[in-house]
Design a protein around this ligand. Sequence first.
Ligand code: ZN
Length: 271
Amino acid sequence: MRKVTFLGTGNASATKCYNSCFAISQNDETFLVDAGGGNQIINNLKKARISLDSIHNMFISHSHTDHILGAVWIVRFIAMAKLKGTYGEDFYIYGSSRVLDSLRTICKLALPGNNTDFFDNTIVFVPVDHGQEENILGWSFTFFDIRGASTEQYGFSIMFPDGIKLSFFGDEPCKDDLYSYGMNSDYMIHEAFCLYSQRNKYLPYEKHHATVREACENAEKMNVQNLFLIHTEEDNLSDRKQLYTNEAKGFFKGTVYVPDDLDEIIIEPAD
Ligand SMILES: [Zn+2]
């Protein structure tokens, strides 16, 4: 079974839910995408029954607090497990060279030396460039620069061996000239800061974010089948699923999911 587990669904300043990050899992292997902003990532992985020793690959989209600081905790816990002898294999961290430099620097400043001694040894940093293809866990990844307005930021698309395509655009809206990376995705993960109807309250555009409406319009233009909306405001948490899904209906013909933290969605070929 292949599934996506949403470990966090909130925006950068969310505290009632965790910052947006997720895991794609199959056959006891997990690809972790961003890690939120703190050690809640460790707890949420536990709650989701994703063991640290199933994680040998992690991607960090950009170096903002709500995406990279949780990665420091992942590195810490994996390094501790290595010291205890309970995590024997290599751990690969993917991201742009700038993001990897940031993570390396923060880890060196904030973690004990016996943790960072694993760097470039069994904790391996793998820089990715725009358009770079990588085979990870038998899945064909294409990484791309989303040309973030606030900082350098990367997304990716995955083609699974059974022809299912999943794409992720980080926490800014997909630009028109990047549509080819998301075109015909069976599953797309796109940010939606708030409802279009509440744009004047949350001012998403000045923060370089989209509303449900623009996320859906993008997905519709890319012929997406299933759209996940994350990285949202947290005032509507109790009604978020319903409010966002309702607004999405007017702009997107496929299926919209507005996951809560720890929701799991099975990603299988349609029958
Ligand atoms: Zn963010």
